[in-house]
Design a protein. Structure first.
Length: 283
């Protein structure tokens, strides 16, 4: 595991360190290419705000007119978005995997959730394996920070926050894999989770023992990646998704049991009330 000192001194960078000086002809095309690469590699993520025009021009060492042309190019292609009074941000380049009607169908059919998890099991396994082989010191420092937040969230017993950090943890494993296609494929998968398509996912966090087991599994993935054990990392990630699948199924069954139990209770109370009313009328 990366020491705490390196988390603070190596992983925490200012935005000025993200953008590099243009070394050659200092054209708008070179600025465009550098920002494209940062988005593609996952350095700049959806919603990230770029520095102001003056600072960014200094970082690239280009004139402000050249920078404006580059930003206009990227905005015209949907990679950046300018918000009045709010600066320039990375656009939602991930988007939805499926059109809304298809997402509605997926939400309504249990087989879709099973197929989604089957797909994720394999992809997450590959991502963890690659991460164990390729993660840099700074990657591991970032992963350490996310695990620390996950531990703190677990202690505070906040299932919704834990679920959000869960997604962030797996997205970071995808980043540590250093494969652009894998990274964006996983991000698209996680969009289905953030859009709430699989409604039983959050319910699973409320089942007895699930939060503890999930934390233990995330620790195992983290440790295997930090130890550079590719085979162990892959197996830990796949075992984790298998457990998630079982937990979601159990949450669905529990939800059905609760629904039926509530209907029974309502029916019994209503039946008792109607019986009492009949007795009163007969007296």
């Amino acid at each position: 595991m990366v020491p705490v000192e390196s988390v603070e001194t190596r992983a925490v960078a200012t935005l000025s360190e993200v953008f590099s000086r243009i070394e050659h002809s200092r054209t708008a095309d070179e600025v465009v290419q550098q920002i494209e690469g940062l988005i593609l590699e996952g350095v700049l993520r959806v919603g990230d705000r770029l520095p102001g025009e003056r600072e960014l021009a200094q970082d690239f060492d280009v004139s402000r007119p050249i920078l404006r042309n580059a930003l206009k190019n990227l905005e015209g292609r949907g990679l950046l978005v300018t918000r009045p009074g709010g600066g320039t941000h990375v656009a939602d380049v991930i988007g939805q995997v499926f059109a809304p009607p298809v997402m509605d169908l997926i939400a309504a059919h249990p087989k879709a959730a099973a197929d989604y998890l089957e797909y994720r099991r394999e992809v997450e396994g590959i991502a963890a394996e690659y991460a164990a082989r390729r993660a840099t010191r700074d990657d591991l420092a970032l992963l350490d920070r996310i695990m620390a937040r996950m531990e703190a969230s677990h202690e505070s017993a906040n299932p919704q926050e834990e679920a959000a950090i869960d997604v962030e943890f797996h997205a970071t494993i995808g980043e540590c894999a250093h494969n652009i296609i894998l990274l964006h494929t996983l991000r698209s998968c996680y969009r289905l989770l953030s859009d709430g398509v699989f409604r039983h996912r959050l319910l699973a966090f409320e089942l007895p023992g699930v939060r503890e087991e999930l934390l233990s599994q995330h620790r195992a993935i983290h440790a295997a990646v930090a130890d550079r054990d590719a085979a162990r990392a892959r197996q830990a990630a796949m075992d984790h998704i298998t457990y998630v699948e079982r937990s979601m199924h159990e949450a669905e069954r529990t939800g059905d049991w609760q629904r039926v139990s509530r209907l029974r209770l309502i029916q019994r109370i209503d039946g008792a009330r109607r019986g009492a009313d009949r007795q009163q009328r007969q007296q």
